[in-house]
Design a protein around this ligand. Structure first.
Ligand code: KIV
Ligand code: ZN
Length: 516
């Protein structure tokens, strides 16, 4: 293992709009690509790869349009094979960018050389050198990727690297194209290459590009950084070919948690990680796995009693990253039958209730019955539970009244779905009717109008959490109010009712925060 120099910047290239977009069904139109690109600018990636211009007119135009909005602080690049026509297409699509880079890929493994190209290794090497020389006449920055590097012979790889660096390549990218590498071995490979490369030309950056076929993309990338890699390639939420690419958020937060171990830092604006993850997921129509590291819905949710008890004593007990650090909604205690009395009482008190000592056990046992039925219990359910008890049981100390869904009707048809809702807050009842693009859209428009809080729906997800006709459906949503994200969840048998309650839950969180 190499002990690299003093703390160094690790450059982050995002390839969500090239490798990420290769996911079946994730093809984006120009407007959608522009939206992702603008979010990547907010995230402050160092480089972004935005397409493969020779592949289609649409890709060419998208690369061109994006390259014009990316300022000088971010290098914009596009991919092509080691042939003149591809390099010309890259040049034409990027020539108006402030900081453009040509990216050439050419196989270096035996199987690629023999089966894909049917050439000798020396013929393939010559193709690579010619391509770099040609690209270098067009643009100063040229990245050369050795495709399938992790399955290539070291001697041949080094011959190639030496030749393309002499021809003018400014970045050498070592790929694990098929997700074959293992961290220790990949780390040693990077160490050996870096050692020679820095002697050959210290200004050339060494980059890595890993795929996740055996779930090791993050580990391999981090091993490479530990062993001297200067630059990493990754995608948001780890999307990409097959099992995906290295996930940007995992590597960036890994480095942030262990800067000394990796002897490096990135300049990614980590508070933009969560908004970027949600933007990419919504635009590409690809859900983020709920337990996905860093950006999954459950990444900051705690449900076991032991953990909740510890967290209520100090967040540091079970939290290594604060959700706010990545721009995610605050840590969530999910009440379940396993939560325990401490977490239950904590949430009840947050909602503004005090249960008299002698009644606590009986209220807690009613909560457990509800938790057994519903699996997860949210604020709205607790309100319903609390309503069963006489005033002698509860002392109500609420600073602010919360909204409740009193009644609703949704008329669904193929023309104009209409929803009428009645919501209640304290003594005030507000009823509104709205139409929408669908049943939920109409319901949400009516609720937002009735509560008079202009929130924007960012994410809406339904999942079933038990089977059969009597099964329960869970709705999870995220809304935006004055630039802050709020989550709302609800579990019900009726999914439309669950949708309404999830929104009310999120709106009540807004009310609690603005009245704090
Ligand atoms: O996986 C791969 O090898 C690639 C290269 C084009 C960098 O995506
Ligand atoms: Zn790739």
């Amino acid at each position: 293992m190499n002990c690299v120099n003093s703390s160094r910047k690790i450059y982050v290239l995002d390839t969500t709009l090239r490798d990420g977009e290769q996911v079946p069904g994730a093809k984006l139109n120009l407007e959608e690509k522009m939206e992702v690109a603008k979010q990547l600018i907010r995230l402050q990636v160092d480089m972004m790869e935005v397409g493969f211009p020779s592949s289609s007119k649409g890709d060419f135009e998208a690369v061109r349009a994006i390259s014009k909005i990316v300022g000088k602080d971010i290098t914009v690049t596009a991919l092509g094979r080691a042939v003149k026509s591809d390099i010309d297409a890259i040049y034409e699509s990027l020539k108006e960018a402030s900081s453009p880079m040509i990216h050439i890929v050419l196989g270096s493994s035996g199987v690629h050389i023999q089966k894909k190209f049917n050439k000798t290794p020396q013929e393939v090497l010559a193709m690579g050198v010619e391509a770099v020389k040609y690209a270098k006449k067009l643009m100063p920055m040229v990245q050369y990727s050795l495709e399938d590097a992790s399955r290539s012979s070291f001697d041949y790889m080094w011959q190639t690297i030496e030749a393309v660096v002499k021809a003018g390549a400014t970045i050498i990218n070592i790929t694990d194209t098929v997700g074959f590498a293992v961290p220790e071995e990949f780390g040693s490979l990077i160490y050996r290459i870096n050692d020679r490369l820095k002697n050959l030309n210290p200004n050339v950056l060494l980059s890595v590009h890993c795929h996740n076929d055996t779930g090791l993309a993050t580990a391999n990338t981090l091993a490479a950084i530990r062993n001297g890699a200067d630059k990493i390639e990754c995608t948001i939420n780890g999307i990409g070919e097959r099992a995906g690419n290295t996930s940007l958020e995992e590597v960036v937060m890994g480095i942030k948690l262990h800067p000394e171990y990796y002897n490096g830092y990135t300049t990614i604006k980590t508070k933009e990680i969560y908004p970027t993850s949600r933007t990419v997921s919504a635009i590409m129509g690809i859900d983020v796995q709920v337990n996905k590291a860093i950006t999954g819905e459950n990444a900051f949710a705690h449900s076991s009693g032991i953990h909740q008890d510890g967290l209520l004593k100090s967040k540091k007990v079970y939290e290594i990253i604060e959700p706010e650090d990545i721009g995610a909604p605050p840590m969530e205690l999910v009440l379940t039958a396993r939560s325990g009395r401490h977490a239950f009482m904590h949430i009840i008190e947050k909602l503004g209730y005090q249960i008299i000592e002698s009644q606590r056990e009986s209220v807690y046992s009613d909560f457990l019955k509800m938790a057994d039925q519903k699996k997860e219990v949210y604020d709205y359910d607790l309100e319903i539970l609390m309503r069963q008890y006489p005033e002698e049981t509860l002392k109500r100390e609420r600073k602010v009244d919360l909204w409740e869904l009193k009644d609703f009707e949704v008329i669904y048809n193929t023309k104009i779905p209409v929803a009428t809702v009645s919501v209640k807050k304290g003594d005030r009842v507000s009823s509104k009717t709205q139409n929408g693009n669908g049943a939920i859209d109409a319901l949400y428009s009516a609720i937002v109008e009735a509560v008079e809080i202009p929130v924007t729906l960012l994410e809406y997800r339904i999942h079933n959490i038990s089977r059969g006709k009597e099964g329960l459906g869970k709705v999870s949503i995220q809304i935006l109010y004055e630039g802050v994200l709020y989550e709302g969840k609800a579990i019900e048998k009726d999914i439309i009712r669950a949708s309404g309650i999830a929104l009310i839950n999120a709106i009540n969180k807004v009310l609690q925060i603005i009245n704090e």
